[in-house]
Design a protein around this ligand. Structure first.
Ligand code: FAD
Length: 444
């Protein structure tokens, strides 16, 4: 994981430690390879029960199997609980058996059979927390939350997003006070280039386990119950949570979900391998201000709006560069605060029209897309200050400004900021033909 997410994780642990100590308990952070650590500490601390979050990622599935084996060997109990998702994806898959592939519509139908998600965890009492106090107070110092310098994480890469449950709950409360906004939330109408997030911005908190998706789900249900009208899935806020659930469910049933090869739901495409072009995209040097501003926000802050993710993902893959979605997914994995195995891969397949999404003739224009919601280009001026003196007429395509206008703006294209790396019209027309061909061949 990248430096931004490391900081976010350490801040989240710090916050957890603070909140637990206020309740008379404390957090011990142990670093190292889990199997060796468990072997060591189970006996040392006389541990009788190990609990973990049931996860669908292959890495965690393997970890759970190893811990269970160790439990049998060393005699401790293992409890694996569904907490990161709303539902137990196994239950959903059982109900879908015999009717693959799972579409979002069918998925919603199955959920309607299951009813609202369970809330299996009871609220803990003050006594519970006090019972979870280490016998030796000195341990808390030995096993404190590490500092970024302990882990050699660069200090300059800190996102404005602060990790932790306290921040996450504040953000949740802020959004839920505006009940009208919650009830009428319609995802496609939110703005990708507003200077503050136009959606909830809760994803880093869900992703890191700072906030429970069930808390959010039930708070939304309460607001919907009081509203005369409210939006519905797929565009409502609860619908967004269900997209998350959808990708978890499909990922848990699909081998090689984060790869093209060996992935049965993914279109097989001969993408170009072009390290130089990939690097330009990753480092915000495509020459398209809208794309480069988004990639800069991603690198500096670790969060970008869903439609901004659409813009850069389409540009890298089927839109302009014809580079594999796997490459884009890896860059997101490194830079996003909310990086998530299932959701990231699922959305990259979607955007590259490799799975789930079939309207591949709709390609986003890297000039017009951003203009619709931010004609003055305030977002570009914020993230690419080198372009800030261009007038609104040129801010999305500064290469069309005359030499004189470029001089006046203090930015010469080709010298201070790159020319566009492709001719969008030609590249996207060509890619569209390629995509058509691939789909026809594979359909046959
Ligand atoms: P809101 O609109 O406020 O939605 C509330 C919650 O619903 C989010 O916090 C998130 O948990 C969930 N959600 C919203 N949209 C989606 C979606 N399309 N798919 C699944 N869950 C969703 N999201 C991640 O959490 N991790 C990722 O690694 C990730 N990678 C993405 C890659 C690409 C190419 C694209 C197009 C989207 C990706 N998303 C990812 C989905 C989505 O963009 C983010 O979840 C969303 O923008 C987070 O902002 P928010 O919390 O304000 O969302």
């Amino acid at each position: 994981i990248g430096a931004l997410r490391w900081h976010f994780l350490l801040q989240s642990l710090e916050d957890l430690q603070k909140n637990l100590s206020q309740l008379g308990s404390c957090l011990l952070v142990i670093q190292g390879e889990y199997e060796a650590l468990l072997r060591d500490h189970i006996q040392k601390w006389n541990i009788t029960q190990v609990t973990l979050d049931a996860e669908m990622e292959p890495f965690y599935k393997e970890m759970e199997a190893n811990i269970r084996r160790l439990g049998e060997e060393l005699g401790f109990e293992v409890l694996s609980l569904v907490g990161h998702s709303l539902y137990d994806t196994k239950r959903i898959l059982e109900l879908n058996s015999g009717t693959p592939p799972l579409t979002y519509k069918r998925f919603l139908h199955i959920l309607s059979l299951l009813g609202d998600p369970e809330v299996p965890v009871r609220n803990l009492t003050a006594e519970d927390f006090q019972r979870c106090r280490p016998p030796d107070p000195g341990l808390a110092e030995c096993y404190r939350v590490p500092l970024p310098v302990d882990l050699k994480i660069p200090l300059e890469s800190i996102s404005p997003w602060r990790g932790g449950e306290t921040e996450g709950l504040q953000r949740l409360e802020q959004h839920l006070t505006d009940q009208g906004w919650v009830a009428s939330f319609t995802k496609p109408r939110t703005i990708p280039n507003s200077l503050l997030p136009s959606t909830t911005g809760l994803s880093p908190y869900f992703s890191m386990g700072c906030l429970s998706v069930r808390t959010f789900f039930y708070r939304l249900s309460n607001i919907y119950a009081q509203a005369k009208h409210h939006s519905l899935p797929p565009v409502s806020l609860q619908g967004q949570l269900l997209w998350r659930e959808f990708f978890y469910t499909v990922a848990s049933a699909t081998p090689n979900f984060t790869k093209m090869a060996g992935n049965p739901i993914c279109l097989q495409i001969s993408w170009y391998e072009d390290a130089e072009r990939l690097h330009k995209w990753k480092t915000a040097q495509t020459g398209f201000p809208w794309i480069d501003a988004i990639m800069t926000q991603l690198r500096q802050e670790g969060w970008i709006h869903h439609l901004a993710r659409h813009a850069v993902a389409c540009f890298l893959t089927r839109g302009d560069l014809w580079i594999s979605w796997e490459e884009g997914m890896k860059v997101f994995e490194e830079l996003l605060l909310d990086a998530d195995y299932s959701i990231n891969a699922g959305n990259w397949m979607w955007l590259s029209a490799s799975a789930f999404f079939h309207q591949y003739t709709r390609i986003f224009c890297p000039v017009r897309f951003g203009k619709r919601t931010d004609p003055e280009g305030q977002y570009i001026r914020k993230y690419l200050p080198i372009l800030k003196n261009f007038s609104s007429k040129y801010i999305y395509e500064p290469w069309t400004a005359s030499e004189e206008e470029q001089k006046q703006a203090g930015c010469i294209i080709g010298q201070d900021y790159p020319f566009p790396m492709v001719n969008h019209k030609e590249a996207s027309d060509h890619n569209l033909q390629l995509m058509k061909q691939v789909r026809e061949e594979q359909h046959r």
